[in-house]
Write a protein that binds this ligand. Structure first.
Ligand code: TRP
Length: 336
């Protein structure tokens, strides 16, 4: 029996294809939750993607298809999860406008996630207002469908925290309308980049994509940051900040063998190439079936678009219901 009291919503910005960080950060949780909860939504956040890509709508449009393919190929099932496109549910935009009144500019500027991203993108004071306010639109994404569970990576926690402040404020002003939101963190909420950078991200060019070929996986693993002082195989090596071992810990199901390899590496006598070859096999084992399903789906774009279209239609019915309640609460239901 699936749980009927909770609803799950997550989404991705369609700005590029997804990578292993997305897989362990949220996609695996999406797959687990869709078997436990009756109402699960997957949203392609094209409006959010436009907040910092207003000048590149082509990129956003193309990647709507790509991130949908990635999720379908990884195992998010359209039978269990309703797929939809954010922009095609205009009620979300309407809710966003109402929620914007409940948030101050100062609070938006303090959001650590937004701050980090602003720094990374070099916005400074010239930040697009839509980008600065995206946590508000993200609150609307979650609330319009009554979701209370949100599988996300660690970087999104401040956005959820802010959404919960909005929930409190809305309920206090207009009456109990929305539930508290609980983020669902994975056991690996943040994946290091192949270069050892704290976060794997497309913009840092340090990721392994879910649609990388075997050759690309090979090349990237061979470039991975290990222990710069481990020069000869016979040297004793450090497993702590060693990306190959970090990835083996996460992705290799044979934990005991990994433990023995770590001991061997620490003692000396185990070369980088050997552990990298093992990691290549482990990653290929995970990515190969995703890649195969993706190729199949790519050949059938009409089916993929139909999944988005029928899911969006279903989602809009729910959105309209929520907005009727919201308009009533905010006293803008003149013609009801
Ligand atoms: N901000 C998320 C990201 O960058 C994408 C997103 C948009 C999202 N709306 C959401 C995630 C609602 C969870 C819930 O990946």
């Amino acid at each position: 029996m699936k749980n009927k009291n909770s609803a799950v919503l997550t989404g991705d910005r369609p700005t590029g294809t997804l990578h292993l960080g997305h897989l362990v950060g949220s996609i695996q949780n999406r797959i687990a939750l869709q078997d436990q909860y009756d109402r699960c939504f997957y949203m392609v956040a094209d409006i959010q993607a436009l907040t910092d890509n207003a000048d590149n709508p082509e990129k956003v449009r193309n990647n709507v298809f790509e991130v949908t393919l990635d999720n379908l190929a990884a195992g998010v099932s359209p039978q269990k999860t309703t797929f939809f496109i954010q922009s095609q549910v205009p009620e979300i935009a309407e809710l966003t406008v109402l929620l914007l009144n409940l948030v101050t500019l100062a609070r938006l500027k303090r959001n650590p996630t937004v701050k980090d991203e602003m720094k990374q993108k070099g916005f400074g004071e010239d930040v697009p207002a839509g980008f600065l306010a995206y946590p508000v639109s993200q609150a609307a994404d979650i609330l319009f469908c009554g979701a209370n569970l949100v599988p996300v990576g660690e970087d999104q926690l401040p956005v959820i925290e802010q959404a919960n402040e909005i929930v409190l404020k809305f309920n206090a002003l207009y009456g109990e309308t929305f539930q508290k939101i609980t983020p669902v963190l994975s056991t690996t909420p943040r994946l290091v980049g192949i270069d050892g950078n704290a976060k794997a991200s497309k913009s840092l060019n340090n990721t392994i994509f879910l649609n990388d070929s075997f050759e690309e996986i090979q090349k990237k693993v061979m470039m991975m940051y290990t222990d710069p002082e481990h020069i000869h195989a016979s040297d004793s090596g450090n497993v702590g900040n060693n990306v190959v071992f970090t990835y083996l810990d996460i992705f290799d199901p044979k934990k005991n063998e990994v433990r023995l390899l770590k001991e061997h590496y620490t003692r000396g006598g185990l070369g980088d190439v050997e552990i990298k070859k093992r990691l290549i096999d482990v990653l290929e084992h995970i990515i190969a079936p995703i890649r195969t399903r993706r190729r199949e789906l790519e050949r059938d774009p009409d089916t993929v678009m139909d999944i988005l279209k029928s899911g969006t239609k279903k989602t809009r019915v729910i959105a309209q219901e929520t907005m009727r309640k919201v308009r009533k609460a905010v006293k803008i239901n003149y013609f009801d």
